[in-house]
Design a protein around this ligand. Structure first.
Ligand code: KG4
Ligand code: ZN
Length: 336
């Protein structure tokens, strides 16, 4: 029985995972950052500190387990905001020490990479896994639970960052992704022709900063006096379609080129409605199975950390007795 803690950015989450089954997965999102237009690291750390004990109790209650039932603690130690990671790891270390439990540091990206398995335990390796969030956009070729290679990533902005920056340009709050998704439902995705950066390049890399700049010029030129409701819907639908087209094309190409018939998507952007439906349609046409986990496993969550933590622990149960590991805010590692 694993108690897992995730606090790498602006979600505090504690989960109980047993035998790859999620018994609870409590997520507390720090919505207050929206008034600042982005995550303020210092405020994020303080909010984690305020919430973490409470949601740990809640998670234990929902799972209906006692602290004495827990056999190990798993915690995200990289990558992420240093202060936020320090709150989660310090809490997890305290919990482990006071209850004499082993502690397993887990890479957040590995959590996302394998989160499709929480949804569908019958997935067979190899798979192509695409992690798309506010901080990351990358495609991985995954051969097993401890063998994966990053085969493409963004050269500049992450997909979620593109959603958030475009949303800001058209006057929407942070985080903009869910709002663009919402308004796009009433808009015409073919109305405005925004660029699809790198879509025809024969690689699995991305670049989204040019798209954002193009939306900026487009708005200055065409809507100097403001944007009507209909225009807003159409801009959301058209910009969203540009991002979705690139993500779908690249991940399908990655699967085809590597002769793989399973794709997993994860990270906040994978909750996008249009992405999920387009990927589903196009992968079915190509004989590929696409797995988009339920929303609570797409966003930052502790269940995915517990899932990987448990596998690591079972592989090497005597290895995780040290409290000396530190946090590391660095981004993706290219190869493990
Ligand atoms: O994985 P996540 O919760 O946090 C990290 O960045 O690690 O992802 C957050 C990102 C934000 O950029 C947000 O705008 C985007 O995911 N996002 C979405 C949607 N829901 C969240 N983007 C597009 N459509 C959505 N429905
Ligand atoms: Zn994440």
């Amino acid at each position: 029985m694993i108690l897992a803690v995730e606090s790498s950015c602006d979600e505090t989450s504690v989960a109980i995972v047993n035998d790859s089954q999620v018994l609870s997965n409590v997520i507390s999102s720090q919505y207050f950052h929206s008034k600042y237009g982005g995550v303020i690291p210092e405020l994020a750390s303080r909010a984690h500190l305020k919430t973490i004990s409470k949601i740990t109790k809640e998670s234990l209650n929902i799972a209906n387990v006692q602290i004495s039932d827990i056999s190990a603690v798993a915690v995200t130690n990289s990558p992420g905001l240093a202060g936020s990671l320090i709150v989660g790891t310090s809490f997890a270390k305290g919990f482990a020490l006071s209850n004499r439990l082993p502690i397993i540091p887990v890479n957040h990206i590995e959590g996302h990479l394998y989160s499709g398995f929480l949804q569908d335990s019958s997935i067979k390796f190899p798979v192509i896994s695409m992690v798309i969030s506010g901080g990351h956009t990358a495609i991985f070729l995954v051969n097993s639970f401890n063998d994966y290679t990053m085969i493409g990533s963004t050269k500049d902005d992450a997909a979620g960052e593109a959603f958030d920056k475009i949303a800001k340009l058209i006057g929407l709050d942070y985080p903009g992704g869910p709002l663009i998704d919402k308004y796009a439902k009433n808009g015409n995705p073919q109305k405005y022709d925004f660029p699809r950066p790198m879509i025809y390049e024969n690689n699995f890399n991305f670049s989204f900063s040019g798209l954002k700049t193009s939306v900026r010029y487009f708005i200055h030129k065409n809507f100097p006096n403001g944007i009507s409701k209909t225009e807003l819907n159409d801009i959301c639908a058209s910009a969203q379609q540009a991002i979705v087209d690139v993500l779908v094309k690249k991940v399908i190409n990655a699967a085809k080129k590597n002769k793989i018939n399973t794709i997993i998507i994860s990270g906040g952007v994978s909750s996008n409605t249009k992405l999920r439906s387009d990927l589903n349609t196009i992968s079915t046409k190509n004989g590929i199975k696409a797995i988009a986990p339920e929303l609570s496993y797409c966003v930052d969550n502790a269940a995915m950390i517990g899932f990987i933590g448990e596998l690591k622990f079972n592989e090497n149960p005597n290895f995780y007795n040290s409290l000396t590991f530190t946090v590391n805010s660095n981004q993706l590692r290219a190869k493990k």
